[in-house]
Design a protein around this ligand. Structure first.
Ligand SMILES: [Zn+2]
Length: 248
């Protein structure tokens, strides 16, 4: 008997377009960005969609000023891992509500970008153990799963289907990065540094956290090594897979 966590299967990489929908700037950078760097390096197209601009994320900075700071940091962070398109939906940071209104907004995004894979963040109550997840993350992840199905149904949010916008039922899987229930992973050994640099790009945010001696490289190494061990590689990022088809 071993207490080692179960091994992780490699994620499917036979796709061309992914859309990453997360609540805040920086959500992709606590582990998933190195996987994005790997995929863009393979020639895949990855687009980021931020539901909020993370404007409530810095205690000493009013949201009116914080918004543009964090958007600029996210755009630079994305550029570092090969993502040229970052969309900000402008919902209010910290008070995102799961529901039909959010599903409607996200379904429209899915219909416009027509991805094969949608990536979101962990939306379970915790990150494993007792570390509570954050309310916006939970609301967004749950709504992403629903919105992906809504996007494929022409009778749901039908008012969006004008000016050439069509239903999109082509999303094969939704992947939740950093889920404690992950059974899949991505080898990020070769792109690990890009992932660290993409987190460092959130300089104002990291300073605002006020965590003493916080070192992005050290933290990502800790996560990455633990996950890498489960795949027999140096570094890896974990993902929980939600298949969107029936019976496959
Ligand atoms: Zn967040």
């Amino acid at each position: 008997m071993s207490d080692a966590p179960p091994s992780l299967s490699p994620l499917d990489e036979t796709w061309e377009r992914a859309l990453c929908i997360v609540a805040h700037p920086d959500d992709m950078e606590f582990g998933a960005a190195a996987a994005v760097a790997r995929w863009t390096g393979q020639g895949k197209q990855v687009v980021y969609c931020m539901v909020t601009s993370g404007e409530a994320g810095i205690d000493g900075l009013h949201p009116d000023e914080c918004r543009s700071v964090r958007e600029a940091e996210q755009v630079e962070s994305a550029r570092i891992v090969g993502v040229d398109e970052v969309e900000f939906l402008g919902l209010q940071d910290g008070v995102i509500e799961y529901g039909v209104a959010l599903r409607r907004v996200l379904a429209e995004v899915v219909r416009r970008h027509r991805p094969e894979i949608v990536v979101t963040g962990n939306f379970h109550d915790t990150f494993g153990g007792r570390n509570l997840n954050q309310a916006d993350h939970i609301a967004v992840g749950r709504a992403v799963l629903d919105a992906v199905r809504d996007a494929g149904n022409r009778w749901i949010f039908a008012e969006q289907l004008t000016d050439g916008l069509e239903p999109w039922g082509g999303v094969r899987e939704v992947w939740a990065a950093g889920s404690p229930l992950a059974e899949h992973g991505v080898d990020t050994t070769d792109t690990f540094e890009a992932g660290v640099d993409s987190l460092r790009a959130h300089g104002a945010y990291i300073d605002g956290l006020g965590w003493e001696n916080f070192d992005p490289a050290e933290m990502l190494e800790g996560f990455g090594r633990a996950t890498g061990t489960r795949m027999g590689v140096t570094f890896a990022a974990p993902f929980e897979v939600f298949p969107m088809g029936w019976g496959d």
